[in-house]
Design a protein around this ligand. Structure first.
Ligand SMILES: [Fe+2]
Length: 185
């Protein structure tokens, strides 16, 4: 696999792991157990920050080049769909984080409200990941030449992941500790 696609694929594996953990947290919330809101806010902060500033812009740059190719002319609807989903995902993550922050600041919010916003986000994020992994990436791999990849490698900024790679402990302390404690799950 091309290094840029490989990196995006690794991001997807990390993100899937977070979505699994987030789902478990939502199950615990539903069951009425104590809920760690700091952890959930850090998860959302990471997902929003990394998706918005690194992961989606990288995909968008690659997609723009790939979907312009003649061989991709029948896939215009797919291109529009993934562009729209990138926007929708940021919107859902943002709404979910605001709901969580409201709950932390003592706003009277039903647990169901937090849970619903969380489930919505997790569901669309999973669908989107699967679509990219199973349909978009194979098409791109086929459409782009060695020369295209070399150009993209030069144009795309390489920024480290602040949780799974560089580990920004000041900003993501709860999340990094939680991931370490749940390594075997
Ligand atoms: Fe992606």
């Amino acid at each position: 696999m091309r290094p840029l696609l490989e990196k995006l694929h690794r991001d997807h594996i990390n993100l899937s792991r977070l979505l699994d953990l987030l789902s478990k947290e939502l199950d615990a919330l539903y069951a009425g157990h104590e809920s760690d809101f700091d952890l959930k806010v850090e998860m959302l902060d990471y997902i929003e920050h990394y998706a918005e500033q690194v992961h989606h812009p990288t995909e968008d740059q690659i997609n723009r080049v790939a979907f312009r190719k003649k061989s991709m002319k029948d896939h215009h609807a797919l291109y529009e769909r993934i562009c729209k989903e990138h926007g929708d995902l940021i919107g859902l993550a943002h709404t979910f984080r605001e709901t969580l922050e409201g709950a932390m600041q003592g706003e009277v919010l039903l647990r169901e409200e937090v849970e619903t916003r969380g489930r919505e986000f997790v569901a669309l994020q999973r669908l989107h990941l699967n679509l990219e992994e199973h349909e978009v990436f194979p098409l791109i791999d086929e459409a782009l030449s060695d020369k295209d990849w070399a150009k993209l490698e030069q144009e795309i900024a390489h920024i480290d992941d602040p949780v799974f790679h560089r580990q920004d402990y000041n900003r993501f302390r709860s999340l990094i500790d939680y991931l370490k404690a749940h390594e075997d799950e």
